[in-house]
Design a protein around this ligand. Structure first.
Ligand SMILES: Nc1nc2c(ncn2[C@@H]2O[C@H](COP(=O)(O)OP(=O)(O)OP(=O)(O)O)[C@@H](O)[C@H]2O)c(=O)[nH]1
Ligand SMILES: [Mg+2]
Length: 577
């Protein structure tokens, strides 16, 4: 049957020409309820553009996915009779079908994106039964690995993205047939007949009884499934890896318990062979049942990136540079002077030592260039052979003279004194009207909902950095009322660009600008905006913010920022504990 979709562009075909269908194909034959307003079209166009941007550039990071899953189909039962010399009427000997394979989700720490999870998952089918009482083999369980921190939710029955269940699919395939044709087709889908006895079977009472019982069981199963989906829809928070230890005194030769994960969709039962239908008044049943369809379920998967601190800022504020500086260049976040360099969140780990130093702060004067320049430098060094005599990271930390640079004096055995570590997420830039999905939208903010603290990053060299702050706060509030109260810190980046000529006037100006920013934050930003339904009529929440001026590019003044972040995290963790 041809279906009329409200959006012509959601139709997926394998034809290469389908890509050329413009997004705004005129839509004809529209009923009034399908009428699309220009705003709808604009919203859809923006969503598609956002998705396209997020996927381009080889970054196949995915944090939200809808998957359709089917358990494996059970194998068919067999209708056969035992044949042996001098035994003219052997007993029925058809084997049962094997059970369909179940589908499991197993969380694994090795994955960081949902990109590897297939959108359509089919369990393995069970084998068919055969003559001489041979049962079919059971379908192997299918284990799908998902990243740790995946939240699995079953889509409710009224969600348009939900795929049909097996009965709805059958009903649709029967549409337009006469009742007799429907009955015949349904019978075909459920029964296997002994050769040349189909018509004869259908007229017999024993078959009719068996058929009625089968339909009855099916109705009960369908009802039970509906009830389960309504009362206890599947909801899983896969944030721990299951570890099953084999007891140490287990006897030799016992197989290790297999780690399957969480059961998502069970396979269908195998069909029954004809011996099952043997009764006192039917000594040669010439029919068997087919295997049942596996359970069908549509799930929404969401990946929670768990970072303690999230960086929020306009494009080009220097968030990626800051992440590189804080992690001592370990995180290769891409840096470039154009907007929207970062397309997906990136998480880095900051390791803090006992005395407050952190890994990124050890090598003084480290400069974080733009990715392109850095690659060129690396290439030049590679071709000139300078790497041949260079020290490795570990050699450097043991003290000694690096042939490439100045003597390395710190001798910091970092791993020995690390006392605190936290994670920090670099995010794509947020701009005005991001909450309306302009720019890269705000979908990445989802992963920041769970951050313990947020830090605004602004460009201090911009004419009015305070305006950026207002926009950022407003967008956070529009995304989720109350979210901006998580922000604790304002990082005024690119401080190196102020007072560059060294003249006292320029330095004074720079100081005045920073002071103005601090005053603005103290007076305008310390009270939570009373936006959103949850905040109407409540006392304004006080949320004082700290301001730190840094230069991410030249790794300067980062230590105060790190110790402040550490304080927020410790406070938040204590509150949670
Ligand atoms: N002078 C100076 N330039 C900086 C500093 N931090 C970043 N930059 C430059 O600012 C530009 C943007 O830096 P990114 O780190 O890519 O900015 P971003 O905020 O991650 O940008 P998006 O990913 O597009 O949102 C680059 O050209 C950096 O070299 C700094 O402290 N001083
Ligand atoms: Mg960036």
């Amino acid at each position: 049957m041809h279906r009329l979709y409200p959006f012509p562009f959601v139709l997926r075909t394998t034809s290469p020409h389908s890509r050329r269908i413009p997004a705004f194909t005129p839509i004809r034959n529209y009923t009034s309820q399908n009428e699309l307003t220009p705003e709808d079209l604009e919203a859809v166009r923006r969503r598609r553009k956002t998705e396209w941007k997020r996927r381009q550039g080889g970054q196949n990071f995915l944090d939200h996915l809808i998957v359709n899953i089917r358990g494996g189909k059970g194998g068919n039962g067999c209708a056969a009779f035992h044949r042996e010399k001098f035994k003219p009427f052997g007993p029925p000997s058809g084997g049962n079908g094997g059970r369909g394979g179940d589908v499991y989700f197993q969380p694994t720490p090795h994955l960081t994106s949902l990109a590897t999870v297939p959108k359509r998952i089919r369990g393995h089918p069970g084998g068919n039964g055969q003559g001489t009482w041979q049962n079919g083999r059971a379908g192997e369980p299918l284990i799908i690995q998902v990243p740790l921190g995946t939240v699995v939710r079953e889509l409710p029955r009224d969600d348009p993205r939900r795929a049909q269940d097996e009965w709805e699919a059958e009903e649709e395939s029967l549409e337009g047939l006469t009742p007799a044709e429907k009955r015949a087709k349904m019978r075909d889908n459920r029964w296997v007949h002994y050769p040349r006895s189909g018509e004869d079977n259908v007229g017999r009472d024993t078959f009719k009884q068996a058929e009625a019982a089968l339909y009855q069981q099916e109705r009960e199963r369908r009802l039970a499934r509906k009830k389960r989906a309504l009362q206890e829809p599947l909801q899983l928070d896969l944030d721990s890896v299951e570890i099953q230890e084999q007891p140490v005194d287990a006897p030799l030769g016992i197989r290790k318990p297999e780690q399957l994960g969480s059961l998502i969709a069970s396979g269908g039962l195998g069909g029954l062979g004809n011996p099952f239908f043997l009764t006192p008044d039917n000594r040669s049943p010439k029919f068997a049942t087919r295997g049942q369809e596996g359970e069908r379920i549509t799930l929404s998967l969401e990946l929670k990136i768990l970072a303690d601190v999230g960086l929020v800022g306009m494009p080009n504020a220097g968030k990626s540079t800051l992440l590189r500086a804080l992690t001592g260049g370990r995180v290769k976040s891409e840096i470039a002077s154009y907007a929207f360099t970062t397309l997906n969140p990136i998480v880095g780990v900051i390791r803090v030592a006992e005395d407050g130093t952190f890994e990124g702060g050890i090598e003084q004067g480290l400069v974080h260039q733009e990715t392109l320049i850095e690659k060129q430098l690396e290439h030049d060094m590679m071709t000139s052979g300078s790497y041949a005599t260079a020290f490795t990271r570990n050699q450097k930390s043991k003290g000694g003279v690096d042939p490439l640079g100045a003597p390395f004096t710190s001798g910091h055995q970092f791993d020995l004194v690390e006392t605190f570590r936290f994670t920090i997420a670099d995010n794509p830039g947020l701009i005005t009207r991001a909450s309306e999905n302009v720019g890269l939208g705000h979908s990445f903010l989802r992963s920041m909902e769970r951050s313990l603290a947020l830090a605004y990053v602004v460009d201090l060299s911009a004419p009015a950095p305070w305006d950026e702050l207002m926009v950022l706060r407003e967008e956070l509030e529009k995304y989720q009322p109350g979210m901006s109260s998580k922000a604790r810190l304002v990082i005024a980046n690119k401080a190196d660009l102020l007072g560059t000529d060294g003249g006292s006037v320029a330095v004074e100006e720079a100081r005045a600008k920073l002071q103005r920013l601090e005053t603005f934050v103290r007076t305008e930003m310390n009270v939570h905006p009373r936006a959103g339904p949850g905040f109407a009529g409540e006392e304004p929440v006080r949320c004082p913010l700290d301001v730190v001026a840094v230069s991410a590019k030249y790794s300067q003044n980062l230590q105060p920022a790190v110790s402040l972040m550490r304080t927020y995290i410790e406070q938040a963790r204590n509150r949670l504990a």
